[in-house]
Write a protein that binds this ligand. Sequence first.
Ligand SMILES: C[S@@+](CC[C@H](N)C(=O)[O-])C[C@H]1O[C@@H](n2cnc3c(N)ncnc32)[C@H](O)[C@@H]1O
Length: 356
Amino acid sequence: MNEKLFALDEENIYEHLFERYSQLNGNIEGIKQDLGIHDKTQNVIEVDIQDTKVEKKKRKKKVRSEIYNFVIEQSLSSLGSSNDNNKNSTTGYVLWSTTLIFLNWLLYGESDVCKLIRNGEAIQGNEVLKFDGLFQKNDSGKKGIIELGSGISGILSIVMSNHVDYYVATDQNSILNKLKFNIRQNILQLNMKKCKSKSLNFNTKEEEEDEQRGVDLQDSRQRKQIVQLETLPLDWETFQLLKNNQPLVNSNSKYPILYQLKEDCSSIVILAMDVIYNDYLIKPFLDTVKELFQFYQLKSKIQISCIVGLQLRAQDMIEMFLETIICEYQFVVHHVSDSMLAQTRCGVYLLSPQTK
Ligand SMILES: C[S@@+](CC[C@H](N)C(=O)[O-])C[C@H]1O[C@@H](n2cnc3c(N)ncnc32)[C@H](O)[C@@H]1O
């Protein structure tokens, strides 16, 4: 299999989907046929993330031993409830497999395309696509991640906070209490950095002292390798930062952390796992991505892109999603073609704004 970023355009979408769904149909035994809920039998679940190939690697003495053990509280009753959250989506009350498939691949994948998504580089094709990677590099500027449709688990928030300077986990307001609960409950898994957070109400002790003494937070962040991890209510149906290509007057007070990223980061990646499961979500979701692309590109050189992990359910919906991105929104789209992902029901796509 050709493991690479494969550029999609209006002509090759259909061939791409035909091949991908043929792959899925040809592996009915090996790939789960369910809807994609990680575990719909219990409200409290344990989730371990570890490299299954680690023993072999240990023998070869090249271990990357990032291991996570999460205990997640989900709400099966709210998932099916129409009263609980009648205006909003209730899918976020449980953990979905796409998040775990994506993370497992990102942390332990060994293909060149996986390393590229992890560490980034300029990709030469017909035009140069700059993707700075999801993991922070020592020699570059600050990196931020904005997750759309995080759901309640907080797993991606915690794992990725070990690797970046800012992480903003967003979802509809009703989801956030449980998300905060799960992040707090598993915060010890965020052990590669010190974590500060206004929304979760924790400052590192040293940072509080620095703040009292008036020490520059930028300096202190660099010295102590701090990540700022926030949760933020962000509904795609109502989200707006700009009007006539200018920041809206109130958006700064409504979304201060998004402004902070604009000030501090040189590279921002939007992450979204299993957020397209209904036709009517396509436009509000893509409007949100477009708004964020425009906001962060306004008078700045921030590198921004978006990685979407899709659970490949109905083919016509995925087709509509890709068609809409390319034909209406005119983002640059690449399929992440990788043999490890090909053995799953997860499709990973990299969306970037058109280069000016
Ligand atoms: C299938 S769940 C996936 C949750 C999580 N990413 C995971 O993998 O476990 C889809 C997520 O999209 C969110 N969502 C749906 N409509 C939304 C909207 N209009 N604005 C923001 N989030 C939305 C849901 O609340 C839910 O958390």
